[in-house]
Design a protein around this ligand. Structure first.
Ligand code: NAD
Length: 495
C-alpha cells in the first residue's frame, strides 16, 4: 500500500486532458464552451472541461459512422480486435496509478476503491471481452437436404454509451468493452460530474491500435446525452443512470429512429436477515459494506435492511459498532473507508433524505444531517431503525450512506416487504437454512440475489434489473454482447 503523500504527489503532477476525443484525436468543442470540474472533496476547481453540444455529437457520429461502414473494425477478424483489446487492458494497467488518482480527484471516491476498479476490474473487462470474441460462435439450423441455414450475429452499428458518475471508468468499461468486442463504433458520454478518466481512456484506446473513429468520447451535460438519444444515425444506446433519465431515452428513441435502448437504472435493494442467521462479524461486515461502500452511491446498495425481530437487537448493536468505526475522510488517504459525495448538490439531496427520515419518525442511531463546510461534501454513515414501508427513505433511492432497518416477524413478511418496491435490481439474503435460501432466491423479483454474502457477481455474470431498475438488456457476462449485436438468419435453398 502506498501513502497519502505519494498520491498527493501524483495528483500534483497530473496533466489533465479536458477535450472531447473524435476520429482519433482530441479536438476543441465546436462552440468553444467549457464547464468547471470541481473536486468534491476540496471544493477546488481541477479542470475546465469541454461542454459539447449537438454539433460535437454530430461530428462524433459522422466519424463513428464512417469507421463502421468502412469495416476497419466492424469487419476485421476477431483476432485483430482481441489483440487491440488485450493491449488496451495492458495500457490501463500500466497507467492505473495515475488514472486512479485522477478518478479519485474527479469523483471523491477513495483511492483504495479507485485502485481496485481502475487498476483491476477495468482492464479485466477489456481483457475478458477481447478473449471472448474469437470464441463466440453462431448456429447452424437443423434443416432438410435441400436447405442450409445459419444464424449469425453482426455488430449493431454506431452505439452511444451514456454512463453515470458513481463508478466512472468501471461503468464505461462495462459497456465499451463488449461494444468494441462486438465490432461497434462507439460514442462514450461520461457524466458531467466525472468525465476525466473516460477522456484519458480514449488516448489509450488509440495507442492500443483501435482505429480512428471507432472510439469517441463526448463530454457534457444532459443536453449532450439527449443529442445522442435523439440522433437518427445512432443504432443503439446503452444507458446507465437514473430511472427518470432512462425513461427519457425510451422517448428519444420513439421520437427519432427507434434505436435499440439498453437500460441499467436505479435500485432500492433489500438486505434480508432471517431468524436463523448467525449474526457474526462476517454478516455485519456485509451489512455495512452493502450500504456504505462507495458512500452508498451504488445502484445495488442494500439500504433496506429487513431484519427478523428475533435477531434484530443483536444485529443493531453490532451494525452500530461497525458504522461508528468507519473512517470518512480525504479520498487520497488509503486508510479512508469513505470519501466525499460526488457534489455539493448531491450532498444536499442526501441530507434532505436524512432529514425526511427524522421528520417521518424513523429512529436515528448514528450519523445524521451533515453540516456543510466550504471544503468538501462529506456525509457520515447514517443508521436508522424502525423504518416503515411507506416512509420516503424506505421507498426512494437515496444514493448516499443511509442504512435503514425494517423489522419483520416472518420470512413471508420479509419477502413481501423486499418485493414491495418499484425497483428490482439486487437482494441479499442471510440464512443457514438451504430451503429458505432457495425459496427466497426464487421468489425475490430482482436481477441478482446473493445468499450469505453481499455480491453483484463478477465479470462472468449478467447484471441488470427487473421492474424499473432495467430493461431486458444486461451488462457483464456473455449476455452483455447481445446489446451490441444484431441477429441475422441466412437461408440457402440448395439446387
Ligand atoms: P443520471 O441519470 O442523472 O445521469 C446519467 C447520465 O445521463 C449522465 O451521463 C448524464 O449526463 C446523462 N443525462 C442526464 N440527464 C439527461 C437527459 N435529460 N437526457 C440524456 N442524458 C441525460 O444518473 P447519475 O446521477 O449520473 O447516476 C446515478 C444513477 O445511476 C442512480 O439512479 C443509480 O442507481 C444508477 N446506476 C445504475 C447502475 C446499474 O447497473 N443498474 C449502475 C450505476 C448507477
Amino acid at each position: 500500500m502506498s501513502t497519502i503523500e505519494n498520491y498527493e504527489k501524483i495528483a500534483g503532477n497530473l496533466k489533465i486532458e479536458t477535450r472531447p476525443f473524435i476520429d482519433g484525436k482530441y479536438v476543441e468543442p465546436i462552440d468553444g464552451q467549457s464547464f468547471e470540474k470541481i473536486n468534491p472533496a476540496t471544493g477546488e476547481i481541477i479542470a475546465n472541461v469541454a461542454k459539447c453540444n449537438e454539433k460535437d455529437v454530430q461530428k462524433a457520429v459522422d466519424a463513428a459512422r464512417k469507421s463502421f461502414n468502412s469495416g476497419v473494425w466492424s469487419k476485421c477478424s476477431p483476432e485483430e480486435r482481441k489483440e487491440s483489446l488485450l493491449k488496451l487492458a495492458e495500457l490501463i494497467r500500466t497507467n492505473s496509478e495515475e488514472m486512479s488518482v485522477l478518478e479519485s480527484l474527479d469523483s471523491g471516491k477513495t483511492i483504495t476503491d479507485c485502485l481496485n476498479e481502475v487498476g483491476g476490474e477495468v482492464p479485466n473487462f477489456f481483457q475478458w471481452y477481447g478473449e471472448l470474441i474469437d470464441k463466440t460462435f453462431g448456429k447452424v439450423v437443423p434443416t432438410g437436404q435441400d436447405v442450409s441455414s445459419f444464424i449469425v450475429k453482426e455488430p449493431i452499428g454506431v452505439v452511444g454509451l451514456v454512463v453515470p458518475w458513481n463508478f466512472p471508468l468501471l461503468m464505461a468499461a462495462w459497456k465499451a468493452a463488449p461494444a468494441l468486442a462486438a465490432g461497434c463504433s462507439i460514442i462514450l458520454k461520461p457524466a458531467e460530474q466525472s468525465p476525466l478518466t473516460a477522456i484519458k481512456l480514449a488516448e489509450l484506446a488509440k495507442e492500443a491500435g483501435i482505429p480512428d473513429g471507432v472510439f469517441n468520447v463526448i463530454t457534457g451535460f444532459g443536453d449532450t446525452g439527449e443529442a445522442i438519444g435523439r440522433h437518427s444515425d445512432i443504432d443503439a444506446v446503452s444507458f446507465t443512470g437514473s430511472t427518470e433519465v432512462g425513461a427519457l431515452f425510451m422517448r428519444y428513441s420513439g421520437e427519432s429512429n427507434l434505436k435499440t435502448i439498453g437500460l441499467e437504472m436505479g435500485g432500492k435493494s433489500p438486505f434480508i436477515v432471517l431468524d436463523d442467521a448467525d449474526i457474526n462479524d462476517d454478516l455485519i461486515e456485509n451489512a455495512a459494506m452493502s450500504a456504505y461502500w462507495n458512500g452508498g452511491q451504488n445502484c445495488s446498495a442494500n439500504m433496506r435492511q429487513i431484519i427478523h425481530e428475533k435477531v434484530k437487537d443483536d444485529f443493531l448493536h453490532k451494525v452500530l459498532e461497525k458504522t461508528k468505526s468507519l473512517k470518512v475522510g480525504n479520498p487520497l488517504d488509503p486508510t479512508s473507508d469513505m470519501g466525499s459525495m460526488i457534489s455539493e448538490d448531491h450532498f444536499n439531496t442526501v441530507n434532505g433524505y436524512i432529514q425526511k427520515g427524522i421528520d417521518e419518525g424513523a429512529s436515528l442511531l448514528h450519523g445524521g444531517v451533515a453540516t456543510g463546510s466550504s471544503k468538501g461534501s462529506f456525509v457520515y454513515p447514517t443508521l436508522f431503525d424502525n423504518l416503515k414501508e411507506d416512509m420516503t427513505i424506505s421507498k426512494e433511492e437515496i444514493f448516499g450512506p443511509v442504512l435503514g432497518v425494517l423489522p419483520v416477524q416472518s420470512m413471508e413478511k420479509a419477502l413481501e416487504t423486499a418485493n414491495n418496491s418499484n425497483y428490482g435490481l439486487h437482494a441479499t439474503v442471510f440464512t443457514q437454512d438451504v430451503d429458505k435460501a432457495f425459496s427466497m432466491a426464487k421468489n425475490l423479483r430482482c436481477g441478482t440475489v446473493s445468499v450469505n454474502g453481499f455480491s453483484e457477481g463478477d465479470i462472468k455474470t449478467p447484471f441488470g434489473g427487473y421492474k424499473q431498475s432495467g430493461s431486458l438488456s444486461r451488462d457483464n457476462g456473455t449476455e452483455a454482447l447481445d446489446q451490441y449485436l444484431q441477429i441475422k438468419t441466412i437461408w440457402f435453398t440448395l439446387k
